[in-house]
Design a protein around this ligand. Structure first.
Ligand code: GTP
Ligand code: MG
Length: 308
């Protein structure tokens, strides 16, 4: 962190990116930053940490905080993630509430509208994402948002974007910089994220496993980087994948180890590119019943701690 811009008229803001799971928050953060800082998948509750993506330009700096998506909480992990997401609305300057315009509003969407209208009505942007698909539910979202704004006595503000196609993102950045206040940058302007490397590596491995495994298993998986052995131009990384039950171990490993091999082959080049040197992974699967209740493991995976 630095305080370089103290005497300039540059702006700075911490922006919480919140919304229901699968709305496209991480895709949006990556698109705004221009680099992949947060993993993406069609599986619910992909994001499990607050991942900061940093946008710096001539106008100043926006620190975008990608958060876990709100979800009908099933089990302790779901509750932990929902708590993290809700806490973010208090800890940010601006809230960017993301909705998937191609799916009907659900209880979590209504919940965000009511919360934001109550807590930050003047400091929020309402973003209808996935407009490259048919945004058939646009009117329902807009009507509902207008009703919430009317009860809070503010003008509804909303934008249409496609995080995937890149549509509407410049307008969104303009809007966020307009709302930001003059202030010093929090990070050097060549940094795109301060997400710790152990967590970033674990997330990329989890993303590759999610793309391969059944819908039921992913919520039961926890990935932790144990050690990084550094040599001059190579990192050898040992990674443990935690599952709750013996039966899940075989599913994660796959026939003849094919799932682990797939994850390793997909993750290694991406991580090598990300860190600018060869990254070699060693993946282990461990049965740890109730790992989601194990404070030491949750801390190791970064699922416990403050958001901002
Ligand atoms: N067509 C289309 N798909 C999108 C768009 N944005 C995201 N997606 C897809 O929607 C799925 C969920 O995207 P994520 O970015 O992981 O969603 P999220 O809101 O971060 O989800 P959680 O981390 O679970 O809360 C992925 O398959 C994305 O590729 C978009 O603008 N258009
Ligand atoms: Mg996400």
């Amino acid at each position: 962190m630095n305080g370089k811009a103290e005497n300039s008229d540059k702006k700075a803001a911490i922006v919480g990116i919140v919304g229901r799971t699968n709305a496209g928050k991480s895709t949006l953060v990556n698109a705004l930053v221009g680099e992949k800082v947060s993993i993406v998948s069609p599986v619910e509750q992909t994001t499990r940490n607050s991942v900061r993506g940093i946008v710096s330009d001539s106008r100043g700096q926006l620190v975008l905080i990608d958060t876990p998506g709100l979800h009908k909480a099933i089990g302790p992990l779901g509750k932990l993630l929902n708590g993290m997401a809700r806490a973010s609305s208090a800890a940010t300057d601006i809230l960017c509430v993301v909705f998937d315009a191609s799916h009907a509003p659900q209880i979590e969407d209504e919940g965000w509208m009511a919360r934001v209208a109550r807590e930050k009505p003047d400091n929020c942007v309402f973003v209808l994402n996935q407009c490259d698909k048919s945004p058939v539910f646009e009117t329902m979202y807009r009507d509902s948002w207008a009703a919430n704004c009317a009860s809070a006595g503010v003008e509804p503000k909303w934008l249409k974007v496609s995080a995937m196609a890149g549509d509407g993102l410049d307008t969104l950045l303009d809007c966020l910089f307009d709302m930001a206040e003059v202030g010093p940058a929090l990070f050097d302007d060549d940094i795109v994220t301060d997400y710790p490397r152990k967590l970033a590596i674990a997330d990329v491995v989890r993303e590759k496993l999610l793309s391969r495994l059944f819908q039921e298993v992913p919520h039961e998986i926890g990935v932790a980087v144990k050690d990084i052995y550094e040599s001059k131009d190579q990192w050898d990384v040992s990674v443990v994948i935690y599952v709750n039950k013996q039966s899940q171990k075989g599913m994660v490993i796959g026939k003849g180890g094919q799932n682990l091999k797939f994850a390793r082959k997909a993750a290694e080049p991406e991580l090598s590119e990300m860190f600018g040197l060869r990254v070699c992974l060693e993946l282990w699967v461990k049965v740890e019943p109730n790992w989601v209740k194990n404070d030491r493991l949750l801390t190791e995976m970064g699922y416990k701690g403050s958001l901002v």
